[in-house]
Design a protein around this ligand. Sequence first.
Ligand code: FES
Length: 579
Amino acid sequence: MAGDDTKKSTLRSQAWFGRQDKMGFYYRSFLKNRGIPQDQFEGRPVIGICNTWSELNPCNSHFRTIAEHVRYGVLEAGGFPLEFPVSSLGEVTMRPTAMLYRNLAAMDVEEGIRAHPLDGVVLLMGCDKTTPALLMGAASADLPAIGVSGGPQLRGVYQGKMIGSGTNIISMSEQLRAGEITLKEFHEAEAGMNRSHGSCMTMGTASSMASMVEALGIGLPTNAAIPAVDARRNELARMAGRRIVQMVAEDLTPTKILTRAAFENAIRTLAAIGGSTNAVVHLIAIARRIGVDLTLDDFDRLGRGVHCQVNLMPSGEYLMEDFYYAGGLPVVLRDLAEQGLLHKDALTVNGRTIWENVQDAQCWNRAVITTPEAPFKPDAGIAILRGNLAPDGAVIKPSAASPHLMQHTGRAVVFESIEHLHHAVDDDSLDIDADCIMVLQNCGPRGYPGMAEVGNMPLPQKLLKQGVRDMVRISDARMSGTAYGTVVLHVAPEAAAGGPLALVRNGDLITLDVKAGTLHLHVEEAELAARRAAWTPPAPPMDRGYTRLYVEHVLQADQGADFDFLVGKSGSPVPRDNH
Ligand code: FES
């Protein structure tokens, strides 16, 4: 009993529920309206189930079911589960871009955890931005936390062929524009693509981030790839519910999991899976919340020489369902470890090291998960570019780029905004050919608040009709993880912040050299200085509310596009009484 008393007194929730006074009455009494018996308040770890369910976020539409399985697990382990909603960010439904609201959701999560009588939290996340938002918030709150991803959809199937989220949308929309498919076929493919619950089933941003959850050790093994509708996804949720109760007893906080070693493991894993460029921004933001100073140079240093083993769309043939059946992320982690590319001793949420988790992993299909010796794509880590066009860095995903364009000099064709691009790109009088470099300005964190996924600009219709399928494209925007092409992204500083990207003019020559890691604008410094003197920042799109807060406080892409005042953590001290 003495041990129980000690446990009770160390539970954060007892500052609410352990009081035998007026305030204790308040805190317990109102929760008893659901029929919760008194013994639930007497020393059981209170576990928040942080749920991003929303009908406006179709990728997370099955999360009520997942939450129920977490609840079973918490109860089985002797905890007291309390589910609570946080902002859900639906990638396909939110405009102008879900990324505008990632930091808002992260604040919601952090403050929601801190304000409530919680001892630990299970984070339910799926669609792209919900994963970083929940991890960022939980990192700053630093209570024991375990991530549970919603899982990918089943394979898309249309006309007997596999079709992948996003990837085939992009290719089919270009085929439609080029007159190669009918509108009827286009509509029919829509139903074939999204035929089950879950997130995008390519190795897009959602799957990349679910893989990061597993590689960071903040989720259980196999979290990345179990399909959303596979019963084993519910089992994983249940096991997470059981485990978080133990984690509270062990005081296993994110600080102990999300170490520099964990982030370095994640960076190498990102390269080995050919993951989304968006993960660069998110990993940096999460790391900076927990006090790990992750930089673009870490991605360059650690990603170079890592081979992409995973043959998944958008770069490859298969889909997340195939990845799971082939053995999933544990196989990739084991292969990385055997090449000396994984910090084996990094601790994970199940209390074991990452190596202990994956050392017995087996691959069942080497067409889907290739060997490191015969990789799907060699040296496929996300490359960092620097130069006078991107002094603070830019990124490119070599595994999604065309080999013949990786070293290329071309004439710039400049679009000053996304509206300008849409207006001009299909104009037959546009002076552009396949060797030109398309440059898009003012789509970075401040310029298009939220840094939209518009970096993979549509190619001009007249060039599509000539059979051109890729060109070098450069912008301060992001790109959907399901997209592909020779696309330079996240140029920092962005144009709207006065970065050199704002100074590019039609006809300037630009050289991209991925191997050398450079991006150079061939314009004399004196001319650039004159252009800079004449430059004026674009007017902010909105002068009030959250967008104003965002524009005034968002950091550049190389710093994770977090808010300047959210970097770091403050833990979860018990707030003052409210009466
Ligand atoms: Fe939600 Fe892709 S749109 S995961």
